[in-house]
Ligand binder design. Structure first.
Ligand SMILES: CC(C)(COP(=O)(O)OP(=O)(O)OC[C@H]1O[C@@H](n2cnc3c(N)ncnc32)[C@H](O)[C@@H]1OP(=O)(O)O)[C@@H](O)C(=O)NCCC(=O)NCCS
Length: 161
């Protein structure tokens, strides 16, 4: 199975689990494949860094991205995006390790200011606060949950040493 195929299955698992990560239900395999193909093209163009977490058996269980291609007045900044861990592998510290690894990649890429956003009151917010991210604030009714209900979005930033 290719990485794009495994990443598509991971995205579907998260959206079907209720994660607000840009996609609505029902999410088709075709939609998920198209998304990851575009991400892969961005990686090839050096516009983003993609990390994956694999189980000891080699199964893809998590992923996160760093979007490095930003306007020319923000060469020191990057966005962290699409932190996803499959439902079967959660609460084992995989996301925490993915975050530590992507921050290391950010430093290596010369980035000193990172920004991300996540659904207000969700599991991910606790993860980011534990990892030392500063909460900027909430925007009510910013996006839709996969089932169509409105949700708020919380913005975070981290200044890297
Ligand atoms: C948010 C998400 C990435 C977290 O992934 P994860 O790998 O479960 O994260 P962690 O294991 O690092 O931490 C999750 C919890 O497990 C706990 N934990 C970590 N290792 C543990 C262990 N060995 N034993 C017991 N609990 C553990 C953490 O303390 C944390 O506790 P909390 O729920 O009180 O905050 C995951 O739930 C997910 O993919 N959600 C859907 C997609 C999403 O919303 N992504 C964010 C987009 S911005």
């Amino acid at each position: 199975m290719s990485y794009v195929d495994s990443l598509a299955d991971l995205l579907i698992d998260c959206v079907e689990g209720g994660a607000s990560v840009s996609f609505m239900l029902p999410i088709s395999k075709e939609t998920a494949l198209r998304f990851w193909e575009q991400v892969a093209n961005g990686v090839v163009r050096n516009e983003r860094i993609l990390l994956v977490a694999e189980s000891p058996e080699g199964r893809l269980v998590g992923t996160v991205q760093l979007i490095t291609a930003l306007p020319e007045n923000q060469p020191h900044r990057a966005d962290v995006a699409k932190m996803l861990v499959c439902r079967a592998a959660r609460r084992q510290g995989i996301a925490a390790r993915l975050m530590a690894a992507i921050e290391k990649e950010a430093r290596r890429a010369g980035k000193s200011v990172l920004v991300l956003d996540t659904v207000t009151g969700g599991d991910a917010g606790r993860l980011y606060e534990r990892a030392g991210w500063q909460r900027v604030g909430d925007v009510p009714n910013y996006a839709l949950m996969p089932d169509g209900s409105l949700c708020g979005t919380t913005f975070f930033h981290k200044q890297l040493p």
